[in-house]
Design a protein around this ligand. Structure first.
Ligand code: PMP
Ligand code: GLN
Length: 383
């Protein structure tokens, strides 16, 4: 038998590769984006409580009502925007599930989908599996802002969807009001939907406000907002997230979601619903992560890397273009094996592996780990 692969160009993700390399070589793992510390023990107690109370069978396909309600309340409180918890809020198994289900609900063979590069790695495979055609539009370096002229040029009769991400992985760029207005202007008279990946909505720095696409009326009515409890509550391994979208879009979304995972772990949903009652559990995140970003960046200032502190997300990019011609992939591997600090080469987020000589470090780690990584980078001769 021969298998005619549906994804011939897709291999193992860089996150798996670099985390394994870090583990094989005993390196400090600042590559894959996950917290290097535990979540609040109270959250674990809540899960245990709900398990003991017998919340161990299938949850409703769209999510347990109390979690959908709390999420709708939280969204209303923070952004002043209402979503109907019954018809417009769906709990899913991570933002990856939300993004895949939304793509699958919308994209038909031959449809074009605009991606802003560098783009998170799960977007393109989802499009290809639906027979869609990814159209890549580069973000403007060095800040990774959106070049709206290029987006406009990329829109065609076949454009059906655009996928955006703010705060942005890997750069940390956060959308401005101007970005929201420009996108709305470009698509308002067209049959184009939007997937807005907002998994880092609560990780924002220097007083910046996350501008969710739901806050723009033209965008709200055509957008799937995808979020992740994993990022917000330091539980990436739980794989639990959500999709907020107008009722007609949610109805199509759920048709797919029910056959991707059907439903998501029941005790986790009840626990998160209870945990959401206390808003400091998520409103404290900017301060918590800003300390880590600042600790890391203060240390980086004593290395030869060039960088601008991230606006949001838990990633810090650094450039070494002025120091070496080595490819970012080779450098990331060499730093892991020889120096003992693992990172992600950002070329992997480009279809053609464009090498801008930039590495991405995840600073969602303990202060001790960050300190150790910084000391190692400072004392090593890197080039
Ligand atoms: N989108 C982005 C930009 C991410 O960085 C991640 C995970 N790191 C995801 C989506 C996936 O989130 P989840 O783990 O909830 O599936
Ligand atoms: N989103 C995480 C990152 O950017 C990785 C998640 C994964 O491994 N799939 O590092």
């Amino acid at each position: 038998m021969s298998i005619d692969s549906k994804l011939p160009e897709v291999g193992t993700t860089i996150f798996t590769i670099m985390s394994k390399l870090a583990s094989d070589y005993g390196a400090i793992n600042l590559s894959q984006g996950f917290p290097g510390f535990n979540c609040d023990p109270y959250l674990i107690d809540l899960v245990t409580k709900h398990m003991k109370e017998g919340k161990n069978q299938y949850a409703p396909m769209s999510g347990v009502p109390v979690l959908r309600e709390r999420l709708a309340q939280k969204t209303n409180k923070i952004y002043g925007i209402g979503y109907d918890s019954e018809t417009e809020v769906t709990i899913v198994s991570g933002a990856t599930d939300a993004i895949y289900s939304a793509i699958t609900a919308i994209v038909k063979p031959g449809d074009e989908v605009i991606l802003l590069e560098p783009a998170y790695d799960s977007y393109a495979p989802g499009i290809l599996l639906s027979g869609g055609v990814p159209i890549y539009v580069p973000l403007d370096l060095p800040d990774f802002s959106v070049n709206w002229g290029k987006v406009e040029d990329a829109i065609s009769e076949k454009t059906r969807l655009i996928i955006v991400n703010t705060p942005h992985n890997p750069s940390g760029y956060m959308w401005t009001n101007d970005d929201l207005n420009k996108l709305a202007q470009l698509i308002k008279d067209k049959n184009i939907n939007v997937i807005s990946d907002e998994v880092y909505e609560h990780i924002t720095f220097d007083g910046r406000e996350h501008l969710s696409l739901m806050t723009h009326p033209i965008l709200k009515e055509r957008t799937f907002i995808c979020g992740s409890f994993g990022k917000t509550f330091h539980v990436t391994g739980w794989k639990i997230g959500y999709c907020l979208a107008p009722a007609e879009l949610t109805s199509e979304f759920r048709k797919v979601h029910q056959f991707v995972t059907f439903s998501t772990a029941t005790p986790l949903q009840y626990a998160l619903a209870e945990y959401l009652e206390e808003e400091s559990h998520y409103l404290g995140l900017p301060e918590f992560y800003q300390k880590k970003r600042d600790l890391f960046c203060t240390g980086l200032a004593d290395t030869d890397f060039i960088f601008t502190p991230a606006q949001g997300s838990f990633f810090q990019q650094v450039s070494y273009a002025h120091l070496s011609d080595e490819s970012d992939f080779d450098l990331a591997v060499r730093l892991t094996k020889e120096i003992g600090v693992a990172s992600i080469p950002i070329s992997v987020f480009f279809k053609d592996k464009d090498d801008h000589k930039i590495l991405r470090f995840c600073f969602a780690k303990t202060d001790q780990e960050l300190q150790k990584a910084i000391e190692t980078l400072q004392k090593s001769i890197l080039f």
